[in-house]
Design a binder for this molecule. Structure first.
Ligand code: ADP
Length: 260
């Protein structure tokens, strides 16, 4: 690979130690480089799929003789939803690129409650449509170091997933202060996540069930955006299965003194 150069280690203790450090750095660069390549190849694949569908649909419309209005409308509607899918993937990729590059808005101390309430107002409409019972409880005085947009994104992505995968069962969101931490949990009563997939779901484009994720409008990037964002905020996020069924995501930030 690109970083396959390794140093043969000879000589005194300090030189040997330097050599070891060099080799371990080389190994880590190789891992990063491999991850980057896989990301680019996965991203190309994800973009090609809807593009291929769009081409196929356009060709069918153009090449079918005496195509009727109804069929044309159906195909054009499909082209529209493939285009929407491309938009979602592109937006998610841009978010990840911004997080990677570090050219981001300066974080300030932000009260989580108003942001949570804004997401809940939006999401309760989605929940209503799906017949899902979405409830939340939230404490006041939960402030963290973040931008408002980043907080919105984290809460939005986790709630969106819970609604997407909960199969109509109830979703509960909670925000509280615990010790020196602000803790957000998003819990559902859906199928949960197979134990063997749990360590991987924050990876880019990783999905337990590709077809199901696609059908639900997923890009496979939502949780990577959550984990990269939370890491940037100095917090942690973890996923677990709940006793009695369902998944629960827990975000922990260090609590800041609220702005006066
Ligand atoms: P997607 O766009 O596919 O939802 P995410 O990165 O948000 O991508 O999530 C990755 C995968 O993790 C999903 O495809 C799904 O398999 C699994 N997952 C995420 N949230 C949940 C949940 N609340 N319940 C069950 N599975 C989930």
């Amino acid at each position: 690979g690109a970083y396959s150069h390794r140093t043969e280690i000879r000589g005194g203790d300090e030189i040997a130690q330097l050599g070891e450090e060099f080799n371990s750095l080389t190994d880590r660069l190789q891992v990063t480089e491999n991850a980057r390549r896989r990301f680019v190849s996965d991203a190309s694949h994800e973009l090609k799929t809807p593009l291929a569908a769009i081409r196929l649909l356009t060709d069918s419309i153009l090449q079918t003789e005496n195509i009727d209005r109804e069929t044309t409308r159906e195909f054009v509607a499909d082209i529209g939803s493939e285009a929407e899918r491309l938009t979602r993937i592109t937006e998610d990729l841009l978010r990840l690129t911004r997080l990677d590059s570090g050219i981001l808005e300066q974080a300030a101390v932000e009260d989580v409650l108003p942001v949570l309430e804004q997401v809940m107002r939006m999401m309760s409409l989605v929940a209503q449509e799906k017949g899902v019972d979405l409830t939340y409880e939230a404490a006041e005085g939960c402030a963290v170091r973040s931008t408002r947009d980043e907080l919105y994104q984290v809460i939005y992505n986790l709630t969106d997933n819970a609604l997407k995968y909960s199969a109509g069962a109830a979703v509960q969101v909670s925000l509280r202060k615990c010790g020196g931490q602000v803790v957000l949990t998003v819990a559902d009563r859906g199928p949960g996540i197979p134990e063997e997939d749990l360590p991987r779901i924050f990876e880019r484009f990783y999905r337990v069930d590709k077809a199901r994720s696609r059908a639900a409008g997923g890009t496979g990037l939502g949780l990577s955006i959550v984990s990269d964002t939370v890491r940037r905020q100095g917090g942690t996020v973890e996923a677990a299965n709940r006793p009695g069924g369902g998944a629960v995501f827990t975000v922990r930030w260090s609590a800041e003194e609220g702005e006066a």
